[in-house]
Design a protein around this ligand. Structure first.
Ligand code: DAH
Length: 362
C-alpha cells in the first residue's frame, strides 16, 4: 500500500469515527445541549468543516468520493439533531417543561409506559355510616336534620333543660368547662332548645352531633363521642307516638324482629321519662346463643340504648311554647353503641384511631 492510499484509509476511518461519535452523542444529549452540539459538529469552526478543509489537498481522483461521503455525514448529523429536537419539543410541550436549561427531566428519562403511582385513599368510618343510616330512618318519617354548637353555654346546657341548680342529675353530665359559663356540650339535648327558640310548632327534628364528657377512656368510654337526638312537638302528641317512632327506628336499623322496651327513668327535661331498650341484636331476644348465655345482653335479651320521654312543660314554656296547647316527645342515644352492635366492634377507641387496618374492613 503506498503512502497516498494509506492516507486515504486513515481519512476514511477518521470520517467514520467522527460520524459515529456525533450520532451517539446527539442521541444521548440533554435537550439544552442540542444547540451547542450543532455548532460543535456543523458550525463554521466545527469538526466537519475541518474535514471538508482537507478535500482540496487530496489527490484528484479521491476528492469527489470523500466530498460525497462528507455530504452524507453532514446529512446524517443534521437528521439526528432534528430528530432529537423534535422529541425534546414534544416532551416539553406535553409536560410543560423548559427544556432550554439544565434541571428539567431529560427526554430519555421520561418513560411514558411506566405505571402511575396510586394515591392512597381513605375509607369511610363505620361510625359515620351508622350515623347517616340512623338519620335516614327519621328523614324517611318527615324529620328535618338540625345541628347546634359543640361549645355551648351553661345556660342552654342546664337551666334551659330544666336542670334545677346544683341538682345531682348534672353529675352524669360532667364535662369540660371553657369557663364558668361556657362548656363542651355533654349531650345533643341542648340543641332541642336552640331549635324550638327559632321556630314555632310543629317541630320534627333529629340532631346528630359530637358530645364530650369527662370519662376515662377505655373499651366502652370515650371523652368525645356522638349522639343523636330526636324531638317532635305538635298538638296532641302522646307517648304512644314516641313508642311508635322508636319501634320503627329499631326495626329499620336491625330488622323486623327487633322491638323496643320502655322503662321508667329520670331526665330533667322530660316528664315522664323512660330509658329505652332494643331486643338484643345478637341473640335476637333469646338471652342465649346455642345454649350459652348471650354475652352482648348478658342473658337479658335486651340492650339499653337511650333515654326518652315527653318534653317537660317547663322546657316548652321556657322557649315560649304554650304547654297547654302543645306536647312533644324526645329521645337521645349514643351512636357508637349502635355502630358497635351493628358491626360487632368491641372497642370504642377503634372509631377514632383512623387505622386503615380497621377502616378497610367495612
Ligand atoms: N341526653 C340524655 C343523655 O345523654 C339522653 C336523653 C334522654 C335525651 C331523654 C332525650 C330525652 O331527648 O328525652 O343521657
Amino acid at each position: 500500500m503506498d503512502d497516498q492510499t494509506q492516507e486515504m484509509v486513515a481519512l476514511t476511518e477518521n470520517i467514520r469515527e467522527f460520524e459515529e461519535e456525533a450520532l451517539r452523542t446527539i442521541e444521548r444529549a440533554e435537550s439544552w445541549e442540542l444547540p451547542d452540539l450543532r455548532i460543535h459538529y456543523l458550525g463554521r469552526k466545527g469538526s466537519l468543516r475541518a474535514l471538508y478543509a482537507l478535500v482540496p489537498g487530496l489527490p484528484e481522483g479521491a476528492r469527489a468520493g470523500i466530498g460525497r461521503r462528507l455530504n452524507e455525514v453532514r446529512a446524517n448529523v443534521e437528521t439526528a439533531l432534528e430528530k432529537a429536537q423534535t422529541v425534546s419539543d414534544m416532551i416539553a410541550d406535553k409536560y410543560h417543561l423548559d427544556v432550554t436549561k439544565p434541571g428539567h427531566v431529560a427526554a430519555e428519562d421520561v418513560d411514558v409506559t411506566m405505571p402511575g403511582r396510586m394515591p392512597r385513599i381513605g375509607k369511610r368510618n363505620p361510625l359515620l355510616t351508622t350515623l347517616e343510616d340512623m338519620v335516614d330512618v327519621f328523614v324517611g318519617m318527615g324529620f328535618k336534620v338540625a345541628e347546634g354548637p359543640e361549645v355551648e353555654t351553661y345556660y342552654y346546657s342546664f337551666p334551659k333543660l330544666n336542670y334545677p341548680e346544683w341538682h345531682p342529675a348534672m353529675d352524669s353530665q360532667m364535662t369540660f368547662y371553657v369557663n364558668d359559663d361556657v362548656l363542651l356540650r355533654s349531650q345533643t339535648s341542648t340543641v332541642q332548645i336552640r331549635v324550638m327558640e327559632n321556630q314555632e310548632p310543629p317541630v320534627r327534628v333529629v340532631v346528630p352531633g359530637r358530645c364530650f364528657r369527662r370519662d376515662t377512656v377505655d373499651a366502652t368510654h370515650s371523652h368525645t363521642f356522638y349522639q343523636i337526638e330526636g324531638l317532635l312537638v305538635d298538638e296532641g302528641v302522646t307517648f304512644a307516638d314516641l313508642k311508635g317512632a322508636l319501634e320503627i327506628f329499631a326495626r329499620e336499623m336491625f330488622g323486623p324482629d327487633i322491638h323496643t322496651r320502655f322503662r321508667p327513668d329520670f331526665f330533667p327535661f322530660t316528664e315522664p321519662s323512660a330509658e329505652f331498650a332494643l331486643t338484643c341484636v345478637k341473640c335476637r331476644g333469646a338471652g342465649q346463643n346455642a345454649g350459652e348465655m348471650c354475652r352482648v345482653c348478658r342473658g337479658s335479651g335486651w340492650l339499653e340504648v337511650g333515654g326518652s320521654g315527653m318534653v317537660d312543660p317547663n322546657v316548652l314554656a321556657g322557649v315560649g311554647y304554650d304547654p297547654e296547647r302543645y306536647t312533644g316527645w324526645a329521645f337521645g342515644c349514643g351512636i357508637e353503641r349502635f355502630a358497635m352492635l351493628r358491626y360487632g366492634i368491641d372497642d370504642i377507641r377503634l372509631f377514632y384511631g383512623s387505622d386503615m387496618r380497621f377502616l378497610e374492613q367495612f
